[in-house]
Design a protein around this ligand. Structure first.
Ligand SMILES: [Zn+2]
Length: 476
């Protein structure tokens, strides 16, 4: 006689990165305990009938900004994690450009406490790399950061870009820790220079934001990051790839064996500069910019074939008034996304842009692999966490900013019709969202357990730690 389950989901269509099949699932103590026919499922405390629904491995978004501590008028861990749950997302990795930033163990511990208390989805917390916190990188790893964030471009919170010297030494340190560094790959000296010249020439249009950050700004930063990663053996992840010109470089560095993964965002696959006049188009300003329509085809192709490994959102909420400015230069950069990724990407899959299995790979398996979660997350298998996203592939909806759970009620996808909708979000065997209702208490979310492969440093005999000892704390 089989044990009782906490949750049984019957008669769904399970989709993994390699297969699609009819099945029922049982979960107990947070993990999947059985996959098979409905008649083989044990009795359960809770049963969900998934007839007509597809069951995906829980969606992992490796790039969100929940703004807490410090900017809670934009978002906090309660509103941000509810937005994630509403969007079918079971795990988020949260960025360190909060106030205070996560630049040392104290900052990490503060944010970890807030997330523990408030989040209803599982989470990882990034640490930041700055000129003056190299001595904090190893303690941050020990404390439990999921990885590091390097802002080469400017950012909300105005964290300065480290010097190339500091970046190379940071990569040397990271190569020995083994954790991945997520990189905002834009060259900030170039973009600030161009922005200044354009402003002084009296140019204030949306296209000028794109021109200030024209393709070379991204290509240079991507290439430098990969060269440093190759030399040191650091693992890197390029966030929000927006640029068709980057694609041959990504292929080149991957072929050379650099441990680089790449994400793109729904807005780069679905929106273009030419959409600036559509409803919601005025909030499109973000970094890197949403570029010319001609870039969309190559990006979609690279995503479909896996050259771009994964989909994330750069969920970056701001209040509507912060997105209103006299000119393009006065508008806050970014907008919410964690809630709309699943329907937007399911719609692209429905149009044939890529297969549903490729979407599962890009939204769950690939992020889990890159950040050392695969096995507990990123798959549907016995003993894996029972993290599941239930979707109705036939459901048609219209997106609107007003419907968002996020505090930042702005969306460039305003009025967009989608086919495919998340109807259930299961985190470690517990439904945190069912049919558009939040069904979990604050604090259900847990920090993820990470197991990265062995570190693989290169040129270690030339690392500054080998030559000079560990990097000193500032002032020492
Ligand atoms: Zn971001």
């Amino acid at each position: 006689m089989s044990e009782t389950a906490d949750l049984v989901i019957t008669n769904g269509t399970v989709v993994t990165e390699t297969a699609t099949f009819e099945a029922s699932l049982a979960a107990r103590d947070g993990v999947i305990t059985a996959i098979g026919a409905a008649s083989e499922m044990p009795p359960a405390a809770e049963t969900i009938d998934a007839s007509g629904l597809h069951i995906l491995p829980g969606i992992i978004d490796v790039h969100v900004h929940f703004r807490e501590p410090g900017m809670t008028h934009k978002e906090d861990w309660a509103t941000g994690s509810r937005a994630a749950a509403m969007g079918g997302v079971t795990t988020v990795f949260e960025m360190p450009n909060t106030n205070p930033p996560v630049s040392n163990v104290e900052g990490y511990t503060l944010k970890r406490g807030l997330a523990d208390e408030k989040s209803i989805v599982d989470f990882g917390i990034y640490g930041v790399i700055l000129d003056d916190n190299l001595a904090d990188l190893a303690p941050l790893a020990e404390a439990g950061v999921i990885g590091y964030k390097l802002f080469l471009g400017n950012t909300t919170g105005n964290l300065p870009c480290p010097s190339d010297g500091a970046i190379l030494e940071a990569f040397e340190i990271l190569s020995r820790l083994g954790k991945r560094c997520s990189i905002h790959a834009e060259n900030s000296p170039i973009l600030f220079w161009r922005e200044d010249r354009l402003k002084r020439a009296g140019r204030y249009d949306p296209v000028d934001h794109v021109l200030s950050r024209t393709d070379v700004v991204a290509v240079e930063a991507l290439s430098k990051s990969c060269v440093f990663a190759e030399w040191t053996g650091a693992r890197i992840h390029i966030v929000h790839e927006s640029c068709a010109s980057s694609l041959p470089y990504i292929r080149f560095f991957k072929d050379k064996g650099v441990d680089v993964t790449v994400e793109t965002l729904p807005q780069y696959l679905l929106l273009a500069l030419e959409d600036m006049d559509r409803p919601g188009g005025h909030v499109m300003r973000m970094n890197p910019p949403i570029r010319e329509r001609a870039q969309q085809g190559p990006l979609r192709q690279a995503f479909a074939e896996g050259l771009i490994d994964m989909i994330a959102t750069d969920h970056a909420p701001h209040l509507p008034e912060e997105k209103d400015g006299a000119t393009i230069w006065d508008m806050a950069c970014g907008f919410p996304g964690v809630e709309t990724q699943v329907p937007l990407m399911l719609s692209l899959a429905a149009e044939g842009a890529f297969s549903l299995q490729r979407y599962v790979q890009a939204s769950s398996a690939a992020p889990a692999r890159a950040f050392g979660l695969y096995g507990t997350k990123g798959l549907i298998a016995p003993r894996a966490d029972a993290d599941l996203t239930l979707v109705d592939l036939g459901r048609k909806e219209v997106l609107s900013a007003e419907r968002l759970s996020s505090r930042g009620k702005v969306s460039p996808f305003e009025g967009m019709s989608v086919t495919g909708w998340p109807v259930g979000t299961i985190v470690r065997g517990k439904a945190v969202m069912r049919d558009g209702e939040i069904t979990a208490e604050a604090g259900w979310g847990q920090e993820v357990r990470q197991a990265m492969p062995e570190p693989a440093p290169r040129n270690a005999e030339k690392h500054l730690a080998t030559l000079c000892g560990a990097s000193p704390a500032p002032g020492q």
